[in-house]
Design a protein around this ligand. Structure first.
Ligand code: CA
Length: 242
């Protein structure tokens, strides 16, 4: 007789990465989620474009998005456009009930990396996720994780930053703030979010600390710190890059 132990699906000891599944049809969303979880991925689920966007804007790292085109509120094509506009390069596999060539082309044009037509087998979806993730990780390794924005080039692993070709010296806090901004161009960060991410939740102090560091960063990055081109103030909200 088989023990229950023998029936357990072997799980990898570490997660292979996290995948956000955006699909409004409950059965499909849950089936995809389970199939990916069984493969060892961490899975996040969203049932419409709005919740997907709010998950993408939280600072949980997402390694891949499985995205249905027909969604309530914000459809998959617009959602993908928004991500790319914000400089978010997370790999996207688009799902569509329509199999026409033009849908596929539009999907790829708005920045999807792969495209799958319903109905599809879970085996195929899982294989594509695995392949796309591997490809993107390889690309990132090849580029050595260099972050670029305008005239700013950042080498996170070497803790080096070049601005208009000249190396600049940043304090560890300034470096981490800039790295956060460079990783999410055009995303608005509130002072509270920056405090939490850079200083940690147990930091006791006020949000003026953030303003001071932004001012120091501007002095190092901007040609004219009083007319910033990179670190912009978004009144009533916080700061963004570009
Ligand atoms: Ca749908």
């Amino acid at each position: 007789m088989l023990s229950t132990e023998a029936l357990k699906i072997p799980q990898p000891e570490y997660a292979l990465g996290s995948i956000l599944v955006v699909e409004d049809e409950d059965t499909i969303r849950e089936t995809i989620g389970l199939a990916l979880e069984e493969e060892g991925y961490d899975v996040l689920l969203a049932e419409d474009g709005y919740s997907a966007l709010s998950i993408a804007h939280r600072s949980i790292p997402i390694d891949l998005i499985v995205l249905d085109i027909m969604l309530p509120y914000i459809n998959g094509l617009d959602f993908c456009r928004m991500l790319r506009h914000e400089g978010n390069n997370v790999p996207v596999i688009m799902l569509s009930a329509k199999g026409s060539e033009s849908d596929r082309i539009v999907g790829l044009e708005v920045g999807a990396d792969d495209y799958l037509t319903k109905p599809f087998g879970m085996g195929e979806l899982v294989a594509r996720c695995r392949a796309l993730m591997r490809r993107c990780r390889f690309d990132t390794q090849l580029q050595g994780n260099i972050l670029r924005f305008g005239d700013i080039i950042m080498y996170p692993h070497e803790c080096r930053v070049l601005v208009r070709g000249e190396e600049i010296n940043l304090s560890p806090k300034e470096f981490r703030i800039l790295e956060l901004f460079m990783g999410h161009p055009r995303r608005v960060w509130s002072r509270e979010q920056l405090l939490e991410k850079i200083w940690g939740t147990d930091f006791v102090g006020d949000s003026k600390t953030v303003d001071v560091h932004i001012r120091w960063l501007r002095e190092k990055l901007e040609s004219d710190p009083s007319e910033p081109k990179y670190l912009l103030t978004v009144r009533g909200f916080g700061y963004r890059l570009g």
